[in-house]
Design a protein around this ligand. Structure first.
Ligand code: ZN
Length: 494
């Protein structure tokens, strides 16, 4: 299996490193400093697929997601009130939410957690503010402080300006002003003495007061040790020489005598046809935005098919239709048994659950027509849900060529063969009911009878029915609208 699918190969390598582990820990995480970009989702789904691959090898897996919400608030992001400047330097968990409910961090976390649930991802969320405030890492932090000379040595290898001798691997949030404008003056065993720019100073025991945080480059490896992480992916910014993964790997070995988890780099994601989300417009594309257009399984499928280290773009333009069609084709192959091993694995990774029944789908292309002719009321289940995605897509992203409106009045003057053809079409429709294929064949009979060219016939039919020269497959369009309504239109031809 491993040679067919990247996540299976990673799972195999993870087990090889640590053969008899009872529970394998896979991890990802982020600092909730602003709206969470779809690029960060790639990290989560990469981890999710490795978790699934480990499980399919019969292993127990713990998938942890770290909210690094004890990190400092660095800058006010777009869309957040300017007065938030006064919170810069405070932990993200201690700032009020712009919504008025809960903290700033919780506000961002909630949206992402809800979006993840919809696509079948429910990791164990760990709020670092909770962990730090209850002094969970006190022992490991002390170890880092005791080893600070080693840490300085490791970090200085990659720094232009070396760290000072009085550098400590921790930051202290001031008890008075709540900010990190502090300087550590001295450390003795577990006791830290600090001074803040606001004038406050104090001495405290890091086992008793949760106001200290390990600096990022130490924080990350410290938690690899604490949670015994076996696998964690990282974005390209974490992956170059001297970046936090590489220094973390050295630090975790030197300070904690522990091995770094297996690592997988993931590339960024681009956007195709996203309008307001193009990089020049500067809006953040969130998982929620993608979920508005893509069904959960199709969204997973987008990521499943590309190796994490390859970049790709999420389409919002007319390619959306093709992506749905590709997914439906894969699903059919899976259920009729014609999928090759790689396709089989891709489909399994795209699924939300383990159900064995083939889902009943309506093609996205057909739904685009149904939505526009107003025939979605009778849909239910998956059809109804997919129709919602088609509607959102039409409203927000679809090209003009995909949009149409069914006409009430014939607005063109017809004569000669063109007129004869439309009158023949009316007769055919009145005569009997058709399946889509039968109706399609009937068009050619009509053309023959009227002596008109096929291309002219289609163009004129579209002009009459939807007021433009092109549209969705004509037979399917007429049946979707209902032939009675089309007959009524054709009767207006004089
Ligand atoms: Zn202060």
């Amino acid at each position: 299996m491993e040679k067919f699918f990247w996540a299976d190969k990673l799972a195999k390598d993870i087990i090889k490193v640590n053969k008899d582990k009872k529970i394998y820990v896979v991890a990802s995480g982020i600092t909730p400093s602003g709206q969470i970009h779809i690029g960060n989702f790639r990290e989560v789904i990469t981890t999710d697929m490795v978790a699934r691959a480990l499980e399919s090898k019969g292993k127990k897996v713990r998938f942890i997601y770290s909210w690094d919400d004890f990190d400092r608030f660095r800058k006010v992001p777009k869309g957040v009130p300017k007065e938030y400047e006064k919170y810069i330097g405070m932990p993200l968990s201690e700032i009020p939410s712009p919504s008025g409910k809960g903290s700033y961090a919780e506000y961002l976390e909630k949206e992402f957690e809800d979006s993840l649930k919809k696509i079948g991802i429910s990791p164990e969320f760990i709020r670092q503010s909770v962990m730090y405030k209850k002094c969970a890492y006190a022992k490991l932090i002390k170890k880092a402080i005791d080893s600070r000379k080693d840490i300085i040595k490791i970090l200085n290898k990659y720094r232009k300006e070396p760290l000072n001798k009085d550098w400590y691997p921790i930051e202290v949030y001031c008890e008075k002003c709540k900010k990190d404008s502090t300087k550590v003056k001295s450390v003795e065993s577990y006791e830290v003495e600090y001074e803040c720019k606001c004038g406050f100073k104090n001495k405290f025991d890091i086992r008793k007061k949760g106001i200290v945080k390990a600096r990022w480059r130490v924080d990350w490896p410290m938690r690899w040790k604490y949670e015994e992480v076996d696998f964690e992916p990282g974005g390209i910014d974490h992956s170059v020489a001297g970046s936090s993964y590489f220094t973390g790997k050295e630090i975790v070995k030197k300070v904690y005598n522990h091995d770094a988890p297996m690592y997988q780099l993931y590339e960024w994601i681009g956007i195709k046809g996203g309008g307001a989300f193009s990089s020049s417009a500067g809006n953040v594309l969130t998982l929620n935005d993608v979920e508005e257009i893509y069904e959960p399984e199709v969204l997973r499928y987008l990521f499943v098919g590309t190796k994490p280290k390859s970049a790709f773009s999420i389409s919002f333009d007319n390619d959306v239709i093709k992506i749905y069609e590709d997914f439906d084709a894969l699903e059919r192959k899976y259920y009729d048994g014609s999928a090759n091993p790689r396709e089989k694995r891709m489909y399994e990774m795209s699924k939300l659950d383990k159900s064995k029944k083939q889902p009943k789908r309506i093609s996205f292309r057909h739904l685009i027509t149904l939505v526009q002719v107003g025939k979605t009321k009778d849909l239910n289940g998956l059809g109804k849900k997919r129709a919602e995605k088609a509607r959102n897509w039409l409203e927000k992203y679809a090209g003009k060529d995909m949009k149409f409106k069914v006409q009430d009045k014939v607005k063109i003057k017809l004569s000669g063969k063109d007129k004869d053809a439309m009158l023949e079409l009316k007769k055919s429709l009145e005569r009997q009911n058709y399946t889509e294929d039968e109706l399609f064949n009937e068009f050619y009979n009509v053309c023959e009878k009227a002596g008109t060219k096929n291309t002219d016939f289609f163009r004129i039919a579209y002009l009459i029915i939807i007021g433009k020269g092109k549209g969705p497959r004509l037979a399917s369009l007429i049946l979707a609208i209902g032939k009675e309504k089309v007959i009524k239109l054709l009767k207006q031809i004089k």
